[in-house]
Design a protein around this ligand. Structure first.
Ligand SMILES: Nc1ncnc2c1ncn2[C@@H]1O[C@H](COP(=O)(O)OP(=O)(O)OP(=O)(O)O)[C@@H](O)[C@H]1O
Length: 228
């Protein structure tokens, strides 16, 4: 479970990026975070993955007080949170298979388990036929599917997606959202997705949280811009 209680974050330049955020996201939810540029969406994500610490209030994820984590414990904490971004951040000299395997190698997974898990993940993201391809041989949508595969390889309970369809055309965006839905439904992964894509938010209705100037201004379980 994700819980923010009266969490605020200002940057050293004096910008109040988030103000008094109270928010609870239950396990297995799929939530959109929307709002104009500069409204605090990325900052919210950074509080969740431990990249930034709230100045006041608390951020608790699966029982861990994220702001109180010791520096050396952050990497282990992050293993339980898969992250995907608008830019794919794949390792260009590694194949699709190797990119996903790498995520498991760094967490010390034994090689037999790595082979098995990479196969499962490739099937889930529907890229079995591309396992030997390099990132630059793939379409944007396929590359994003590899990053999703890499993000879920260690079976995180939460997947955070910061504008995952930002660089994709509408058809590919559709594929990505359908894949995220599949992961949410079949693996029970909680998904928090920052997006500017009105069409997706209106078409694939989910709980939708809207930020403006660092405040939550709407939180609608019906979802979609029209219901806000
Ligand atoms: N590292 C930083 N140092 C100073 N100010 C920052 C920093 N990161 C973000 N900000 C400021 O904090 C506010 C919130 O930024 P944030 O990136 O969270 O917004 P956002 O909603 O994700 O925007 P976008 O949709 O453009 O990505 C903005 O005014 C931004 O300029």
């Amino acid at each position: 479970m994700i819980e923010l209680k009266d969490a605020s974050k200002a940057y050293p330049n004096g910008v109040h990026a988030l103000n008094h955020i109270d928010l609870r996201i239950d396990p297995g939810e799929f939530v959109y975070v929307i709002g104009p540029t500069g409204s605090g969406k990325s900052t919210l994500i950074k509080l969740l993955n431990g990249e930034e610490v709230a100045d006041s209030g608390t951020v608790t994820v699966n029982g861990t007080n994220v702001g109180a984590l010791k520096h050396r414990k952050v990497p282990k904490y992050r293993r339980n949170i898969g992250c995907i971004f608008q830019d794919y951040r794949l390792l260009p000299r590694l194949t699709v298979y190797e990119n996903i395997a790498f995520a498991l190698e760094v967490t010390g997974t034994p090689s037999k388990q790595i082979r098995q898990r990479v196969r499962e993940v490739l099937e889930l993201v529907d890229l079995k036929d591309k396992e030997r391809a390099y990132p630059d041989e793939l379409s944007g949508g396929q590359q994003q599917r590899v990053t999703i595969g890499r993000a879920i390889a260690n079976r995180p309970s939460i997947l955070i997606a910061d504008e995952p369809t930002g660089n994709l055309d509408p058809n590919m965006s559709l594929e990505i959202i359908e894949l995220l839905e599949k992961i949410n439904q079949t693996q029970g992964t909680t998904i928090v997705m920052v997006t500017h894509d009105r069409e997706l938010v209106d078409r694939f209705r989910k709980r939708t949280i809207m930020l403006d100037k660092g405040y939550i201004v709407h939180d609608s379980s019906k979802g979609g811009y029209k219901s806000l």
